[in-house]
Write a protein that binds this ligand. Structure first.
Ligand SMILES: Nc1ncnc2c1ncn2[C@@H]1O[C@H](COP(=O)(O)OP(=O)(O)O)[C@@H](O)[C@H]1O
Ligand SMILES: O=C(O)C1=C[C@@H](OP(=O)(O)O)[C@@H](O)[C@H](O)C1
Ligand SMILES: [Mg+2]
Length: 175
């Protein structure tokens, strides 16, 4: 099966946004980060949306945005970490393309988030954050490809994806 779009899922700070941007550049595809699109539409950051309107509003914006992507092709889509918890989003995203989960263990995630955490659902408290990671991981594990990014930098993750997709890009000839 040819790949029409690539969808990146996974926990906060596993690298979806950074990898997605670079992967799209390499493939010469569009890059869509669902959080950035929601920020553009609402004229404020995700954390401001959570503060002013609450998570329920953010999730409805996320669902509407993901639905609006359905007809797109040759896109790399970086989702927010909670997007695939909604079965409607899962349906659209799996229909759109090849779903890849990025994984990192909690200590790597804490290092990557660093001190400048602007993620409303990330508490920078190891036990609490790990509980959320463990609760969500079974959903991320439903992806067609899971990449453990612990020992990899962003370029290596991009390389791994490009190697994995091989000649399966839609629009490329089979030879
Ligand atoms: N493979 C990696 N190795 C080291 N740092 C990374 C890696 N992937 C992402 N980062 C860093 O981690 C932070 C969060 O990355 P980001 O792409 O925003 O993740 P996500 O979109 O999954 O939340 C950023 O500072 C980014 O530079
Ligand atoms: O995991 C989540 O529920 C969230 C992840 C964030 O995106 P990243 O995964 O890109 O940090 C963002 O969508 C929002 O803060 C909620
Ligand atoms: Mg992101």
């Amino acid at each position: 099966m040819k790949i029409l779009n690539i969808v990146l899922i996974g926990f906060m700070s596993t690298g979806k946004t950074s990898v997605g941007k670079r992967l799209a550049q390499q493939l010469n595809w569009d890059f869509v980060d669902t959080d950035l699109e929601i920020e553009k539409i609402n004229g404020m950051s995700v954390s401001e949306i959570f503060r002013k309107h609450g998570e329920t509003y953010f999730r409805s914006e996320e669902e509407a945005l993901i639905k609006s992507l359905l007809e797109r092709k040759h896109c790399v889509i970086a989702t927010g970490g909670g997007a695939v918890l909604n079965p409607e989003n899962w349906k659209v995203l799996t229909q759109m393309g090849y779903v890849i989960a990025l994984y990192a263990p909690i200590d790597t995630i804490l290092e990557r988030v660093g001190k400048s955490n602007d993620r409303p659902l990330f508490k920078s408290k190891r036990d609490e954050d790990e509980r959320l990671l463990i609760a969500r991981q079974p959903i991320y594990n439903k992806a067609e490809l899971i990449i453990n990014t612990t020992e990899m930098d962003v370029d290596q993750v991009v390389e791994e994806i490009i190697c994995n997709i091989g000649g399966r890009i839609e629009g490329e000839s089979a030879d």
